[in-house]
Design a protein around this ligand. Structure first.
Ligand SMILES: NC(=O)c1ccc[n+]([C@@H]2O[C@H](COP(=O)([O-])OP(=O)(O)OC[C@H]3O[C@@H](n4cnc5c(N)ncnc54)[C@H](OP(=O)(O)O)[C@@H]3O)[C@@H](O)[C@H]2O)c1
Length: 202
């Protein structure tokens, strides 16, 4: 059994990840802290450090947080770009940077991206761009991590559980069940792979 910190646990992707982490001791966190063990804001390095200090030694971090703004490229404001970059891109990168100081030898990080960087749709340029950045970050930073620490990213298509929210934006896409995406998180945490973008698509 591993001690796993799951960030964004109450969200749709967090609930999908949880299905793949059943055999572990899972400690949950989110921005509001509602229904989770701890409160954390991934856009704030001090908040991330405080979380890791409070939890104590752990074996894995699974992050399912990455806030995105949706608009056509010509309409995207600086504020919308900044909000997306600070959460889905810099927030996840900082989570690894800060978490490295606290994670056990042989531990793992699992981040979140999303299929829109390889299957673009209208209004999703910020999600697609930051997802692509995180896929690249994971592939490359894996070579630099010390102490046999691993890193992977889950790049899923839309969840069945989120189809009511995103379905209208995604004609021609086939949603997948959260339990299938949970298997991808399980492969990342329990396997020996590193530097992988684990796609889950129908
Ligand atoms: N849903 C899908 O079908 C799908 C498919 C592929 C990829 N993704 C990606 O998965 C990620 C999560 O999507 P989701 O559908 O799970 O969203 P969601 O249901 O809205 O959940 C978001 C979660 O993130 C937490 N959160 C937001 N900002 C935070 C911050 N700054 N610090 C800490 N926690 C924060 C929220 O906590 P509070 O509620 O406490 O604020 C909530 O638990 C997104 O990047 C999305 O692009 C989603």
């Amino acid at each position: 059994m591993k001690k796993v910190i799951l960030i964004g646990a109450q969200g749709k992707m967090g609930q999908a990840a949880l299905t793949g982490l059943q055999k572990h001791h899972v400690i949950t966190a989110s921005r509001s802290g509602n229904g989770t063990d701890y409160q954390v804001d991934i856009t704030d390095k001090k908040s991330l450090k405080a979380l890791f200090e409070k939890v104590g030694p752990f074996d894995a971090v699974v992050n399912t947080v990455g806030y995105c703004e949706y608009a056509d490229f010509t309409d995207m404001t600086d504020e919308q770009w900044d909000a997306t970059v600070q959460s889905k891109m810099i927030g996840q990168i900082n989570l690894v940077k800060v978490g490295l100081e606290f994670i056990n030898d042989g531990g793992s990080f699992t981040l979140i991206s999303g299929i829109l960087n390889v299957k673009p749709i209208p209004m999703a340029i910020a999600d697609a761009t930051t997802s692509g950045a995180i896929d690249t970050f994971v592939r490359c930073v894996a070579h630099e991590l010390p102490r046999s620490i691993r890193i992977n990213v889950i790049n899923p298509t839309v969840l069945e559980e989120a189809w009511d929210v995103y379905g209208d934006m995604m004609p021609g896409f086939q949603p997948v069940p959260g339990t299938l995406v949970g298997k991808a998180f399980e492969r990342s945490v329990d396997g020996f792979i590193t530097g992988q973008v684990i796609f889950v698509d129908a």
